[in-house]
Write a protein that binds this ligand. Structure first.
Ligand code: ATP
Ligand code: MG
Length: 561
């Protein structure tokens, strides 16, 4: 890949390197294991870059596995979207997509093994009773009255749970570990629950489902994952996962390593909260360009490389931290500055009539799409009437505005001629409505012969050839740097003005833009042709990001290892 993300020396990479050097492993195998219960967000991008990146860096394999143990929250829509997102980011998994549900038979057999070894039992406490028996951080749990059921009775009841003889929630299968453990996860955790729910992969084959905790580590073991990399909230689950691995006839023993999840200011990174934004129609869907989802960022005009570079910049640490969203914006701007073609669009038009050109003057000017890269050229019609930005004309000359157009002063039209303003019209409110100008001859690509060089260069479009485009202007979705902290609900911090629809007059070549192509509209910002709504007949561009960093925000603070 042609970006900086190719090699990393984060702490997990160092561990993998050592394990390969010492011969502990001969090949690294990682996986990205989403639950298909929502769209992926920027936090997942960090995990994807880490897991796939390790495999790339050390010549190993990375799998995509859906940890699909909660069918009521999962759907095919999410499964499809997640695969699209991983591929869009530039990664490809080894082999077919995998599902934890592929292992439901094996997991059932494992549960039977535990029962036979006296290490699991069917518990018939109600959920409330079980909660009470569990105790809390200050109070040890009490053993369930069903803890000493015989192996035979447990085997029989578990088989009947599977056969559908009981109601949902009537019994659960629990591991028999330690009700007094300081680690709540070891207080006889649930392994199986009865739930009559159709599963997107296994249909109606099962009416009992294994818990995430009983599934995740064994799935890793069955796949021969060497380094099971996950976020810090699973640190307390590691002793449980290791207990399963030690007590079951698994084919391999993966090691789990935890890293700090990505938190970004002005952003929420929780599928549950993002789902609320969608369900309550605060945004137009999971891929709304304001969403920090991978599909939202894609529609916003992020390039896969900019997201990978960002993940590389923030690094991977062993502790949770908060990353300034300005860093993500920096990665985006940096990538677009280097790679995006340039073109012209006028957002606040002011008509300029070039009086010394004939009415029917039409000239096709050629302009490069990029000043350094070979991105080709386009033709720009140049005619007697053009549009410039209102802000580029001033009624009176001043030192402050010396780069602007003003009567008697000159400007250069980008990729075109030098003009001198003659006079202008105003409406009743005092707004300038039209500027009359003259073209200075022989100034295409050269300075005026009289030596009166213009100070400023402005963008423009030909008035009759420009195409009207819809511009969706986005601001931050949240007004608070920590939307989900403090009092109240994160929804209280939604920015009500995060979208405004504007009009731009774009040069004809932009109307023919490919969907998803990002351009720098010169002197305005970066804009992307909307992935779904843009067409030549009705161009639609999304504001990706402005040209310069908003200095009112704090400076980025990279996470330290
Ligand atoms: P959410 O909290 O948004 O629901 P999740 O952790 O439940 O996320 P999963 O589908 O289980 O989502 O995540 C798949 C992988 O992505 C896991 O290994 C998880 O640790 C990782 N991941 C999720 N969120 C982040 C984040 N903010 N930063 C880094 N990695 C993350
Ligand atoms: Mg999760």
């Amino acid at each position: 890949m042609t970006d900086t993300a190719a090699t990393s020396n984060n702490f997990v990479a160092k561990i993998v390197e050592e394990d390969l050097a010492s011969g502990k492993i001969s090949k690294v195998v990682t996986r990205f294991p989403p639950e298909p219960n929502g769209y992926l967000h920027v936090g997942h991008a960090k995990s994807i870059c880490l897991n796939f990146g390790l495999a790339q860096q050390f010549g190993g394999d990375c799998f995509l596995r859906f940890d699909d143990t909660n069918p009521e929250k999962e759907s095919q829509e999410y499964i499809d979207a997640i695969q699209d997102d991983v591929r869009w980011l530039g990664f490809e998994w080894v082999g077919d997509v995998r599902y934890s549900s592929d292992y439901f038979d094996t997991l059932y057999d494992y549960a039977v093994e535990l029962i036979k070894a006296g290490k699991a039992y069917v518990c018939s406490l109600t959920a409330e009773q079980a909660e009470e028996y569990k105790g809390d951080f200050n109070r040890p749990g009490k053993p369930s009255p069903f803890r000493e059921r015989s192996i035979e009775e447990n085997l029989d009841m578990f088989a009947r749970m599977r056969a559908g003889e009981f109601n949902d929630g009537e019994h659960v299968l629990r591991a028999k570990i330690d009700m007094a453990s300081g680690n709540m996860n070891l207080r006889d955790p649930i392994l199986y629950r009865i739930r009559r729910i159709h599963h997107h992969q296994t249909g109606d084959k099962w009416c009992i489902y294994p818990t995430y905790d009983f599934t995740h580590g064994q799935s890793d073991a069955l796949e021969g994952i060497t380094h099971s990399v996950c976020t810090l909230e699973f640190e307390d689950h590691r002793p449980l996962y290791e207990w399963f691995i030690d007590n079951l006839p698994v084919p391999a023993k993966p090691r789990q390593y935890e890293f700090g999840r990505l938190n970004l200011n002005y952003t929420v990174t929780s599928k549950r909260k993002l789902k609320r934004l969608v369900d309550e129609a605060v945004v137009a869907g999971w891929d709304d360009p304001r969403m920090p989802t991978i599909s939202g960022m894609r529609r916003r005009g992020f390039t896969p490389r900019s997201v990978r570079n960002f993940c590389h910049m923030i690094g991977v640490s062993r502790s949770d931290g908060m990353v300034d969203v300005a860093m993500l914006e920096h990665a985006l701007r940096d990538d677009l500055n280097k790679h995006a073609p340039r073109a012209m669009a006028v957002l606040n038009p002011l008509k300029v009539v070039i009086e010394n050109l004939p009415e029917d003057h039409l000239e096709m000017l050629k302009a490069d799409y990029h000043h350094e890269l070979e991105l080709g050229q386009r033709e720009m019609p140049f005619s007697r009437e053009i549009l410039i930005d209102q802000d580029d004309f001033k009624e009176e000359y001043s030192k402050k505005f010396k780069k602007k157009f003003t009567p008697g002063k000159r400007i250069r039209l980008r990729h075109s001629y030098v003009l001198e303003a003659v006079d202008y019209d105003k409406d009743e409110q005092g707004n300038v409505t039209l500027v009359r100008a003259k073209l200075i001859e022989n100034t295409l690509g050269q300075d005026p012969a009289d030596g009166d060089k213009p100070k400023g260069v402005v963008h423009w479009v030909s008035a009759s050839h420009a195409v009207e485009a819809e511009v969706r202007w986005y601001e931050r979705l949240f007004t608070s740097p920590t939307p989900d902290k403090g009092e109240g609900d994160f929804m209280d911090n939604v920015n009500k003005d995060s979208l405004s629809v504007r009009t731009a007059w774009v040069e004809p070549a932009l109307a023919k833009a490919q969907a998803e192509q990002v351009y720098q509209f010169e002197r305005e910002g970066y804009f992307v042709a909307d992935r779904f709504d843009h067409s030549t007949e009705k161009p639609v561009f999304n504001l990706t990001i402005g040209l310069r960093e908003d200095k009112s925000l704090s400076q980025p603070t990279p996470e330290k290892e």
